[in-house]
Design a protein around this ligand. Structure first.
Ligand code: TRP
Length: 327
């Protein structure tokens, strides 16, 4: 069975872009593949952060993933820092990666550009990500397009290591979703919906109240035309509404465009569809959040299941690179 692994940073509130663009695929993947999902709290230490908020968000993201439909009986859901194998393998891989290739990563350049101080972990971030993936012998790694270069690095590191020290790691493939909606910011529809670049009015958070969801969608930017067509390049705002309506109802946005001639009804239907798609998720979230101990228990079980795969790979890697087994 194909092994799948993906990770999410607990660095901000989750929104519809995370849900329709990624997590919904995780939920369907879990039934088809041997799936591992990891809340990557160590990666969240690479930029300025608030310790109390990090702890809270780590549990919160795990709670949302369960609410969305990850089933701990079916997949393995765990917190990265609960498995020390990640940091240990990361060091071994840091001694395989080169300074030059890490410095050239576009995400490193974007995030370090103009900063007075840059945490060393920001540079080695993609190596830790490679460790996350290689530890579990993952065949497929579902990630957004922005992670393509990091995935390529993970593949290069695995190949370089295998050549240098002998066959140790599975070389993973990126799985960039082609289906699933790419959700854009409601106020700036040429930009991906994102908590870091978006405005509050442009981003629908998973825990927004129905009235807030309705208000944000009703105020979404469209254009000055007077009809409704699905044309993401020329009419990004209208296309985004149709994509959201399609993602919420399972219909094709191109087809949906034929049902509308005015923005008012399109927005009203989109808001109603998003609200009703989110209602059961929000309901499950509230139930789980009321009992954080149950979520922590699931994460503990996930970490202990993850250990089986992680410990075996780490031992292989330690031996391959020449570390003495402890007696
Ligand atoms: N870097 C990824 C992101 O920001 C998160 C991540 C960390 C990840 N480790 C991973 C994704 C391993 C996939 C596999 O989206």
């Amino acid at each position: 069975m194909t092994r799948v692994l993906s990770g999410v940073q607990p660095s901000g509130d989750l929104h519809l872009g995370n849900y329709f663009g990624a997590f919904r695929n995780w939920v369907s993947d879990q039934h088809q593949h041997d799936s591992y999902y990891c809340v990557v709290d160590l990666h969240a230490l690479t930029l300025d952060h608030d310790p109390a908020a990090l702890r809270k968000r780590t549990l919160d993201v795990a709670t949302w993933l369960l609410a969305i439909g990850l089933d701990p009986e079916v997949c393995t859901l765990f917190v990265q820092s609960h498995r020390p194998e990640h940091t240990e393998l990361s060091w071994l891989l840091e001694c395989t990666a080169t300074f030059g290739e890490l410095r050239r990563m576009t995400q490193f350049k974007d995030k370090s550009d103009g900063q007075e101080t840059v945490r060393a972990g920001l540079l080695t971030y993609p190596v830790l990500m490679a460790a996350d993936i290689l530890l579990y012998d993952a065949d497929r790694v579902p990630v957004g397009d922005d992670q393509r270069q990091h995935l390529e690095l993970a593949r290069n590191l695995a190949q370089r290591w295998n050549t240098r020290y002998g066959e140790t790691f599975v070389v993973p493939e990126a799985a960039i979703p082609t289906v699933g909606a790419r959700v854009m910011d409601l106020q700036e529809p040429t930009r991906k919906m994102s908590k870091s670049t978006g405005t509050d009015a442009g981003v629908v958070y998973l825990n927004d109240e129905p009235a807030v969801i309705a208000r944000k969608i009703k105020r979404a930017v469209t254009d000055t035309a007077t009809d409704v067509t699905y044309d993401p390049a020329a009419r990004p705002g209208v296309a985004n509404l149709l994509s959201l309506l399609g993602a919420s109802t399972g219909a094709d946005p191109r087809r949906l465009a034929e049902d509308y001639s005015q923005y008012g009804p399109l927005k009203a239907d989109t808001a109603a569809a998003v609200i009703s798609a989110m209602a059961p998720v929000q309901e499950r979230y509230r139930t789980l959040a009321a009992d954080p101990g149950s979520v922590e228990k699931i994460l503990a079980q996930g970490a202990s299941r993850a250990r089986e795969a992680a410990a075996a790979t780490l031992l292989r890697a330690r031996r391959a690179v020449g570390l003495l087994d402890p007696a």
